[in-house]
Write a protein that binds this ligand. Structure first.
Ligand code: DQA
Length: 146
């Protein structure tokens, strides 16, 4: 089963961006981890990152019929984007929301997620392992495991 791992704004800077919050792993490390872990649970992982809301929305639309589900870290758009929420609701694909940091333990404005109401579930606070847990959850949901 093919799945999309979609990363939003500023996640291209992982590794050098606020390492005290996000750790030292790079986006390339996260994407390698996703492809490798995905393969062990029967998921064929495609990765995409964009800093642009419209590109992320297009990617969600285009995932329909191509991918069985999406693991999404919408970055700061998590807390602002009704448009991303509507895109997810429109395609009716299972989406697992992920965050490296525990958004609920941070500033108040990060507690609100527009992705959460249209997501299968949310995993936050485990660094790159959040993605591994999200892929496991999606694999279980899609029944990709032997
Ligand atoms: C983030 C949390 C968001 O609040 C922040 O804007 C990010 C990264 C995370 O992965 O912890 O860009 O989504």
């Amino acid at each position: 089963i093919s799945v999309l791992v979609l990363n939003g704004p500023n996640l291209n800077l992982l590794g050098t961006r606020q390492p005290e919050v996000y750790g030292s792993v790079t986006l390339a490390d996260v994407e390698d981890l996703c492809r490798n872990h995905g393969a062990t649970v029967g998921l064929d992982v495609t990765c995409l990152q964009s800093n642009h809301e419209g590109v992320l929305i297009d990617a969600i639309h285009e995932a329909k019929g191509v991918h069985g589900g999406i693991v999404m870290n919408a970055g700061a758009f998590t807390h602002t984007s009704v448009a991303i929420m509507d895109a997810i609701a429109s395609v009716e694909l299972p989406v697992v929301e992920v965050h490296l940091s525990n958004i609920h333990a941070r500033e108040e404005f990060r507690h609100k997620s527009f992705v959460a109401p249209v997501a299968l579930g949310q995993i936050a606070g485990f660094g790159a392992t959040s993605y591994v847990l999200a892929l496991d959850a999606l694999a279980k949901h899609l029944g990709s495991e032997a």
